[in-house]
Write a protein that binds this ligand. Sequence first.
Ligand SMILES: O=c1ccn([C@@H]2O[C@H](COP(=O)(O)O)[C@@H](O)[C@H]2O)c(=O)[nH]1
Length: 310
Amino acid sequence: MIDLLVDKIQALQNPTVVGLDPRLSMIPEHIRQQAFETYGQTLKGASEAFWLFNKEIIDAVYDLVPAVKPQVAMYEMYGADGVDVFIRTIQYAKEKGLVVIGDIKRSDIASTAQAYADGHIGEVTVGETAYAPYQEDFITLNPYLGVESIEPYFPHLTKYDKGLFILVKTSNPGSGEIQDLPAGEAGKPLYEVVGGLVEKWGEPFRGRYGYSDIGAVVGATHPEQGSRLREILPHTFFLVPGYGAQGATAQDLAGCFDQNGLGAIVNSSRGIMAAWQKDSYAKMFTPEEFAQASRAAVLDMKEDLHKAME
Ligand SMILES: O=c1ccn([C@@H]2O[C@H](COP(=O)(O)O)[C@@H](O)[C@H]2O)c(=O)[nH]1
């Protein structure tokens, strides 16, 4: 799956992933009204508002970006209706030719990890029929439980052509409290040790570009660590969150790319979905044109990333 992602990044000349993290507060009034008139102010009403919102944003950006990253938490908080919209969003994005990164950050003992693996990137069999309930192309995982919590996903990478992004150095301000602790030889920080494991786990899954189906999450908000990780993990592709709403600039994350301008895909969720609420875009687009504002934000981000990589 990493080859397909890199092919798409190359074809579009855009290493951007649009994060699909809808919140009611960022949904324009006309969309909320439409959903609430049909379903009431209920969990289903909120979820359907997300669906209408996501669908329009996908329609506005699918020809510009290689991938989208729905964040499961935003959907799960509305229960079964929210999860239904998470699944419909994945299906719709895939129909539009987008690679889908399910940001689900799972972590558990092997037998439970197997269930996550089968459900999210594999198949579950009921009677004689095999179902693929979620169908993300990549999912995010937390490696804290060690290799046997990650291994159950490995056969699915080849069998179903899938990929993983494993948390290595996260973008949150407090990530250093645990991730920067000296853990390896010569006081190496924990994130370097985890990064080394990810590089090793990924070895059998390398593709045409030398990158593995097993990638790493590396926050844009930690520029020095990002550059260091790029140096020591030459075969590990990075999913880089933290640009925009969390304060990281294109310059901050430039070190996550390799000398060919590959090796990373940069996420922006609020910065793109809620662009219509920002003064700079609100001057140009009405709330009804929210998806066009998102499109403009994607084009601006692309230009910004290119400038930083020059
Ligand atoms: O280290 C991490 C890992 C994941 N995320 C997720 O990325 C998006 C960021 O959203 P923005 O609105 O662009 O800040 C969100 O889904 C996070 O859960 C992260 O930010 N940092």
